[in-house]
Design a protein around this ligand. Structure first.
Ligand code: ATP
Ligand code: LTN
Length: 345
């Protein structure tokens, strides 16, 4: 049953890439930006990139419909403002491509209950209100994610470290489908840039910066106003020692600030330690706040500008959806044929 023909080759010879984020808040934060989005923008030239806003995933936990709609457009606007170029990459909303839900169904049928039950993100997220009140959608979330990925035959999937397990499941499902039904899917690889900092919460620097943080002062948002950014940086938790040096274990707060500063400025940590030798935390926070405002303000302003013309934004998203649909439908048609569905006339 296994045919040996190459599974997929894009016409321009470049490998494909897919990634996405949930529209689960009104703004992306510095962790999403420095940990993922910056990397996405850098990969656009070497890959045929597909970037989606995963609204189907967002509803695995309850969402207010009006907020979800607004946050979906806001997330797309931030992708563009941060440098995703609609002429290089396909930028689209997941629910605009029906094949995601359709392939997810087929993949559901080749996933074991035990296999799905081992996913740690489900365990974490369902613990909040108890497993019994978690939705079945939250349980099958990683299978929908596998469908997102496999439809686009990507070689690379740029994500943060926390997504490694979902990528492993995706590879397992792709291999299983290929060996049961014949070569259909490219086996994707997680593209996790090691040195891409994990960004920590400014108030609880042992925890990762997250949309679901308890204290909003702990996260810097791309859509925050200048004075809000400055205030949050200045109230970041540090320590009593007083010297500016990188020591993740004993000085998590100061180390996080240095890590952020390094990523924003392009200066190495050693260089920063040198520059700030003998200076106090106030100086570090002051300079970092200034650098962050200078970096984030243009992104925020551009996103606001894009949001002020929703018709144009929707037109860009429709163009991206058309590109995405073309490839997704092709992959889905092969899958439907391989599993034995009668072709619709
Ligand atoms: P939530 O808090 O709702 O789980 P989140 O803020 O962690 O959300 P996601 O939408 O789950 O964000 O993640 C989008 C992308 O951003 C993923 O690739 C993830 O690995 C990355 N990411 C999220 N938080 C951080 C962080 N603190 N540092 C680096 N990368 C991050
Ligand atoms: N679970 C991912 C979001 C996501 C995703 C994807 C990432 C959904 N589908 C496909 C990469 C590829 C997260 O970042 N929390």
């Amino acid at each position: 049953m296994n045919d040996k023909a190459p599974v997929y080759q894009a016409a321009n010879g470049k490998p494909n890439l897919l990634s996405g984020m949930q529209p689960s808040a009104g703004s992306l934060h510095l962790g999403n930006y420095l940990g993922a989005l910056v990397n996405w923008t850098k990969m656009q030239d070497d890959f045929n990139a597909y970037y989606c806003v995963v609204d189907l995933h967002a509803i695995t936990v309850p969402q207010d419909p009006a907020e979800l709609r607004a946050n979906t457009r806001r997330t797309a606007a931030q992708y563009l403002a941060a440098g995703i170029d609609e002429n290089k990459s396909a930028l689209f909303i997941q629910s605009h491509v029906p094949a995601h839900a359709q392939l997810a169904w087929v993949l559901n049928t080749i996933t074991g209950m035990g296999e799905a039950g081992r996913m740690t993100q489900f365990k974490d997220k369902s613990q909040k209100n108890g497993v019994d009140s978690a939705s079945v959608g939250l349980f099958t979330y990683p299978i929908l994610q596998a469908a997102d990925i496999l439809l686009y035959q990507p070689k690379a999937v740029p994500v943060g470290e926390d997504q490694r397990q979902h990528l492993e499941l995706t590879r397992d499902l792709a291999n299983r489908f290929n060996s049961r039904f014949g070569n259909t899917f490219v086996i994707p690889e997680a593209h996790i840039v090691k040195e891409t900092a994990k960004i920590y919460d400014l108030q609880v620097p042992e925890a990762k910066m997250s949309k679901s943080a308890a204290d909003p002062k702990g996260l810097i948002n791309l859509m925050d106003a200048d004075n809000v950014i400055t205030k949050k940086v200045k109230s970041a938790v540090t320590d009593a020692e007083g010297s500016i040096r990188f020591d993740r274990e004993n000085k998590p707060g100061v180390s996080n600030l240095l890590g952020i500063y390094s990523l924003i400025s392009g200066m190495s940590i050693a260089q920063l330690e040198d520059n700030f030798a003998g200076a106090g935390y106030g100086a570090l926070k002051g300079e970092l706040a200034e650098a962050l405002v200078a970096h984030i303000a243009p992104i925020r302003n551009r996103a606001e500008e894009l949001l002020s013309d929703p018709a144009e934004l929707d037109r860009l998203l429709a163009k991206g959806a058309a590109q995405a649909n073309e490839l997704a439908e092709q992959t889905l048609a092969t899958v439907y044929d391989r599993v034995g569905f009668v072709k619709a006339q």
